[in-house]
Structures are given as structure tokens and as C-alpha cells.
Design a protein around this ligand. Structure first.
Ligand SMILES: Nc1ncnc2c1ncn2[C@@H]1O[C@H](COP(=O)(O)OP(=O)(O)OP(=O)(O)O)[C@@H](O)[C@H]1O
Length: 249
């Protein structure tokens, strides 16, 4: 059983990261560190560049600057194993494919029309159960709710257990109970496997409850620290106004 990240990853550092598209600078001057065993929430208004930053880390967008990975002795190491849950997944909702078949195909072991082997089925079932969605294994993928699909994708991102987990939360389609369950499973992964987690989220109260660090982005980093620190900044208020509970008190 794996308790710690296998590649010895300790931290991820972004140095002067910039992404441009044609004449537009999408993000710039990003200097950040993420640590293993920590859940870092990335927040910001729509269009602030959160997904762009994630795509750069995933290697899906060209960038300038440096992304480096360091072990527990401060020595630079190669790119770790990264798990990713995208903001949305476009697929034909009428597909007869079950969650089990989808997972097996996505893992690249079995074409969707093949029968999934016994051992593989057990591994997938275990990953689904760890994310509290074992009961969905034989359900049709297209029949899942937004929250259920999100947990299935989270289970998929843990096969194998990554050193760095990147989650781009859907803007809509997941109810409050589903979101809370999602955050709880993400916090469980952090504690159980000591992985570094970077989560884009719009839910400021769940972030306050579960995240260790918060990074506020508006093209560049405009505030960072724990939730209380960041939520208390003028930069935060200029983006989000006052939180409801603060306004009420
Ligand atoms: N492939 C692309 N080419 C050019 N511009 C892009 C591309 N993708 C995003 N953008 C632009 O980059 C800016 C940042 O977009 P991004 O999706 O990173 O923001 P975001 O913070 O994730 O927003 P949201 O909260 O709405 O998901 C936006 O102005 C967007 O229109």
C-alpha cells in the first residue's frame, strides 16, 4: 500500500510563468510553490487564468518561465505522475457505456467493447469505492449526476495514485452535498497518500473548510496564504466583495 508519493516529490515551484495567445497575455509573472500533503485552492473570477495555469502545468499549453519539481532533500527531480480531473467532459449522454467500461477504456487497457477482466475490474471497483462511488460501477455513464461523474473522474485520476493531483471543479451541475462529498474525498486523498493537490474551485466556504492554502489569481497572483489571510485582503474583496456570512455578522 502506498502511503507517500513514490517519486519522492516534495514541492512544485513555478517561476515567472507566462502564457500568451496571439497578442493576449493570459497569465504572467506567476511565482508559486505547492507542497505535498497540502491542498492548495486556486480561486479567481471567470477568465482570471486558472484553467490556463493548470493547462501549463499539465504541459497542454506552451509557456515561458520554469516549472520545477523538488524532492525532500531539495534536489530537482523529473516530472512526477500527475492525476487530472477536468472541468468538464464532453461525451454523448446516450452512450450505453457503463462506468466500469469507461474506466477500463480510459486506463487504456481495454477497448470499450471488450469485456473487462476480473483483476482489472477489482482494481477499478476498489478505486471507485475509495471515492464513495462503488455503487455506480454498472451504471450508464450518461445517467450520472454532475457530482457522481466528478467522483468517477476523481477515482480515475487516482489510478495509479498520482504524486500531484490537479482538479478543475465544474462551474455548475454539482449540488452542495455533492460538492462537500467531493472535497471530503479530496482531503482524504491528501491525508492518506500525502499527495500535492491543486484545486480550482468557486466554493469559498468549502475552500475555507478544507484547503490548506489559497491562491487568488487575476492574470497573476494577487494574494496567497491560508483562507483567512486571503479572504481578508483588499484584493479578495475587489474580486468577490464580502462573504455572505461576514456581511450578516
Ligand atoms: N485556447 C485559448 N486561446 C486563447 N485564449 C484563451 C484560450 N483559453 C482561454 N483563453 C482566454 O484566457 C483567459 C483565461 O481563461 P481561463 O479559462 O484560464 O480562465 P479561468 O480563470 O479558468 O475562468 P473560469 O473560472 O471561467 O473557468 C480568458 O480571457 C479566456 O478567454
Amino acid at each position: 500500500m502506498k502511503n507517500h508519493n513514490s517519486c519522492g516529490l516534495c514541492s512544485i515551484a513555478l517561476k515567472d510563468l507566462q502564457v500568451v495567445s496571439g497578442q493576449d497575455t493570459l497569465i504572467e509573472g506567476i511565482n508559486l510553490e505547492f507542497h505535498c500533503g497540502q491542498l492548495t485552492a486556486l480561486i479567481g473570477k471567470n477568465g482570471a487564468g486558472k484553467t490556463t495555469l493548470i493547462k501549463a502545468i499539465l504541459g497542454e499549453r506552451p509557456f515561458s518561465g520554469e516549472i520545477s519539481y523538488t524532492d525532500h532533500h531539495g534536489v530537482k527531480i523529473a516530472k512526477p505522475n500527475i492525476g487530472y480531473v477536468p472541468q468538464q467532459m464532453d461525451f454523448d449522454r446516450s452512450t450505453p457505456v457503463t462506468v466500469m467500461d469507461f474506466m477500463a477504456a480510459a486506463l487504456g487497457k481495454t477497448p470499450v467493447w471488450w469485456k473487462v477482466g476480473g483483476r482489472e475490474k477489482k482494481e477499478i471497483q476498489k478505486a471507485l469505492e475509495e471515492m464513495e462511488c462503488g455503487y455506480l460501477a454498472e451504471r450508464r455513464l450518461g445517467a450520472l449526476s454532475g457530482g457522481e461523474l466528478q467522483r468517477v473522474l476523481l477515482a480515475l485520476a487516482t489510478m495509479p495514485i498520482p504524486d500531484l493531483l490537479i482538479l478543475d471543479e465544474p462551474v455548475s451541475g454539482v449540488d452542495m452535498a455533492g460538492l462537500d462529498l467531493f472535497f471530503r474525498r479530496v482531503a482524504y486523498l491528501r491525508d492518506r497518500y500525502h499527495m500535492a493537490i491543486l484545486l480550482v474551485s468557486h466554493d469559498l466556504s468549502l475552500i475555507r473548510r478544507y484547503a490548506d492554502r489559497v491562491v487568488l489569481l487575476d492574470k497573476t497572483v494577487i494574494a496567497q496564504g491560508d483562507a483567512e489571510e486571503v479572504y481578508g485582503t483588499a484584493a479578495f474583496r475587489s474580486v468577490f466583495g464580502y462573504l455572505e456570512e461576514e456581511a450578516e455578522s
